[in-house]
Each structure stands twice: as structure tokens, then as C-alpha cells.
Design a protein around this ligand. Structure first.
Ligand code: YSA
Length: 328
């Protein structure tokens, strides 16, 4: 190619270039280090007679400058000019969206912190449970009417584990059994975790929610200990002295069984189930009910968060609506 042809072709290709990639291709074709058209001519200068070398050299270098500046101005037109022309240091910065914890995580963290301060340990258990741990060992045998308290998601029969059917745990109480099977008293634990119930959702019921289980066992643990622990817990959680009320209730794994209410904004609100661990439960884990006593409780994390943060619909927690979660 002659210099004239190179000029004509290169400038036409530059004018046609639509993006950075097109310009790169033009650069390679004409100015490429290896076999760019113009580069080849420049490289052959050394073999030319002096007169021709001077003439051709001058013209070829001028053409290179011309092609380079045509490329630069085309780059400017395409809106991808050199960085100095793009960087405007006077422009306000872009706001960085900072992540944060979900209100339920905040709540769970605070609950753990309070119980750690009361010398409890934190343990966790499986979300897929066996019928044995979720019901039988908790003094709820098959056909026991109390099973109706927990509408259950059962796993298909092929997931049967030994003799026990598998399910999604309906409460965190099965961890009472798992923990006692592998530890000796005295101890005090809480078990935060996700639970599942096959029930209709509404403003205060979810299919999938969280509970925090508590269990304290020792030679002479009694209801007064429970009342102290739970009062202290609510005083700290709600940052104010909180009245609590214990009402008789029924859960198969405790005797006596209780429902705990707290007084909040002038009204009594039910916040947890509790009681003294039933002797049959101690039997199931091979503890001697004559020698150890214990209290247990289970509360709903969402319900507590609703009280603390004044949230009127439980479904908001799982809505994925950033306008909701960004408020925490
Ligand atoms: C009772 C005595 C013990 O010694 C230990 C634990 C318990 C609690 C028991 N395992 C239980 O699950 N009781 S419960 O069915 O009444 O649920 C406990 C708490 O979970 C409720 O007080 C409520 O706060 C929450 N809850 C229950 N169903 C719910 C729910 N939260 C959201 N959606 C639902 N569908």
C-alpha cells in the first residue's frame, strides 16, 4: 500500500468507527507493531537510498501523526475520551449504599447478648428433625391430641430415619432433648432457630418464623429462678422495668405449664410458653427426675421484634421490601 492509500483507508475507517473496539482494529491495521501497514513502511526506511529515505520518512511520520490525532478526536466524539477529559473532580460523589443487618438479626443478636450476660450458652440444632425429637421424646406420643398444636410439614416417606418420620421442626424444643442426651447438668442454654408450621398466614402468623428456646437444669432449679431470669431478660430487652405475669397453661413437656405475658403500653401481651420440665422428658434423656429440676421456655422472635419496633404485620419481615428493612 502506498502512503496515499494508507491515508485514505485509515481516515475513512476512523470516521466510520462506532466504538473503542473499531478504533483498536484501525490502530492494529495501520499502526500495529508487528505488521501494521504504516509500520511496515517505516521499518523499510533503513534499506532505502538516503534521498528517498528522507522524503518517505518525513511523509510517513507526518501521516502517523495525522492518523493518531484523527483517532483521538474520533474517540472524543464517541464519548470515551482520554481519562483527563472524563474525570470531573468537582462533581459530587456517588452515594454508596451501605448494607445493614435485618431487624430479626438485630433482635436475635440482642437476645443472645442478654442471655450470655446471664451466663447462658448458645446452641443450635437441625431444622429437619425426626418425629422422635420433635414430638415423642417431648412427651407427645403419636395420636396425642397436643400434636394438633403444631401443624406439621412432614417430609416424604423415603426420608424416614430408622423408625422415625422426618419433618421440618415445628419448634426449637427438640434441642432440649438433643442437648440433654449429650450433656450433664447443671447448665443453662438458649437455642435460637428457624421453625416451620403448616398454617395460614395473617398479620401475626407466618409459615416460617423463629423461636428462642431456653433450658436451665440443675439440682434445685425452680420457678422463682425462671421468673427472675425472664424479668431480667425483658427489662434489658425493652430498656425499661417490665411487669410480667405467669398464667397456667398446658404443654406436654412441662408440668406445671405456663404462658408468660408482659405489660406493654398498658396492655398484657402473651410472649412465650414455659414451665418446669416434665419428669417424662427427663426419663427420655436418662436423667433422674428425683435428682434434677429444670425450667424451659420458648418465645417467638418475630413477635418480640414486632413489640419492640412497633411493627403491625409479621409478613413485612419476609417481604423483601427495602423501604421496610432500611428503617432499622
Ligand atoms: C413451651 C414450654 C416450654 O417448656 C418450652 C417451649 C415452649 C414453647 C413451645 N415449644 C411452642 O412452640 N409454643 S407455641 O406454639 O405457643 O409457640 C411459641 C411462640 O412462638 C408463640 O408464643 C409465638 O410467639 C410464636 N409463634 C407461634 N406460632 C407462630 C408464632 N410466631 C409467628 N408465626 C406463627 N405461626
Amino acid at each position: 500500500m502506498t502512503l496515499g492509500e494508507i491515508k485514505e483507508k485509515a481516515l475513512a475507517a476512523i470516521a466510520k468507527a462506532q466504538n473503542l473496539k473499531d478504533l483498536e482494529a484501525v490502530k492494529n491495521e495501520f499502526l500495529g507493531r508487528q505488521d501494521g501497514e504504516l509500520t511496515t513502511i517505516l521499518r523499510s526506511l533503513k534499506d532505502m537510498p538516503p534521498e528517498e529515505k528522507r522524503e518517505t520518512g518525513t511523509a510517513a511520520n507526518a501521516l502517523r501523526g495525522e492518523i493518531e490525532s484523527a483517532m483521538k478526536s474520533r474517540l472524543g466524539v464517541l464519548g470515551a475520551g482520554s481519562s483527563s477529559s472524563r474525570l470531573d473532580i468537582t462533581r459530587p460523589g456517588e452515594k454508596v449504599r451501605v448494607g445493614h443487618l435485618h431487624p430479626l438479626t438485630l433482635m436475635e443478636n440482642r437476645i443472645k447478648e442478654i442471655f450470655l450476660g446471664l451466663n447462658f450458652s448458645i446452641v443450635e440444632g437441625p431444622e429437619v428433625e425426626s418425629e422422635h425429637y420433635n414430638f415423642d421424646a417431648l412427651n407427645i406420643p403419636p395420636n396425642h391430641p397436643a400434636r394438633d398444636m403444631w401443624d406439621t410439614f412432614w417430609l416424604p416417606a423415603q426420608y424416614k430415619d430408622k423408625d422415625s418420620r422426618q419433618l421440618l421442626r415445628t419448634h426449637t424444643s427438640p434441642m432440649q432433648i438433643r442437648y440433654m442426651e449429650t450433656h450433664q447438668p447443671p447448665f443453662q442454654i438458649i437455642v435460637p432457630g428457624r421453625v416451620f408450621r403448616f398454617e395460614a398466614t395473617d398479620a401475626s402468623h407466618e409459615v416460617n418464623f423463629h423461636q428462642v428456646e431456653g433450658l436451665m437444669v440443675g439440682p434445685d432449679v425452680n420457678l422463682a429462678n425462671f421468673k427472675y431470669v425472664i424479668s431480667e431478660f425483658f427489662n434489658q430487652l425493652l430498656n425499661q422495668k417490665t411487669d410480667i405475669r405467669l398464667r397456667p397453661s398446658y404443654f406436654p413437656f412441662v408440668e406445671p405449664g405456663l404462658e408468660v405475658d408482659i405489660k406493654w403500653k398498658g396492655k398484657w401481651l402473651e410472649v412465650m410458653g414455659a414451665g418446669m420440665v416434665h419428669p417424662n422428658v427427663f426419663d427420655a434423656v436418662k436423667y433422674n427426675p428425683q435428682q434434677v429440676k429444670g425450667f424451659a421456655f420458648g418465645m417467638g422472635l418475630e413477635r418480640l421484634a414486632m413489640i419492640k419496633y412497633k411493627i403491625d404485620d409479621i409478613r413485612l419481615f419476609y417481604s423483601g421490601d427495602l423501604r421496610f428493612v432500611d428503617q432499622f
